[in-house]
Design a protein around this ligand. Sequence first.
Ligand SMILES: [Zn+2]
Length: 210
Amino acid sequence: MLIIFGLRVFYRAIGQGTFHCQRCGGDRPYRHRAGRRWFTLFFIPVIPLAHTGEHVQCEPCGTCYRMAVLNLPTTAQMQAAIPAATRAASITMLRAGGGGSAAARRRAIDGIKGAGLAGYDETDLDADLTASAILGEPGQDLAGTLNRLAIQLEVPAREWFLAEAVRIGLADGPLSEEERQAAREVAAQLGMTQAQARGVISMTEEGAAA
Ligand SMILES: [Zn+2]
């Protein structure tokens, strides 16, 4: 009797989601797959051998990518980046200032509306200020939302964004140490150096005092 044996890699899906497929040129569903080599007998896997690594496969076109492709934002995330980042940075500044100043709250609400969330109001602001996560949604922390925005922004636009956040802190008077620290954190997550951050913060302070 002829015994047919061999080695073959089998994949199983260990996760799924939506990502930006560079081949399709758009947001597509993907499967996160892990591979393992098996010893096969009559084409049937019988003995599991070494793991062969993980990858992301686009479901519609079948293209496989390294896991790092998931670090790139989807088109939907790119579009949501400005409102999400404006909201996260505004809430961070307001929290640093105690969240009670009417002038600072007004400034924050106007900024968030202007960034694309037209229906944002006092109730939304209170909910955001008391939520345990910065935006009340998992994965929507300050760092994540600002990092996604920073990918899209040139240096002058980052400085403009930081200045807008600083103006929330300045709406009720000079920056407190907590507000200054919050502004530095926003700058760092936008990928700005400490020197760039200091320059933008002091220029915005001078503008407010003039
Ligand atoms: Zn694809």
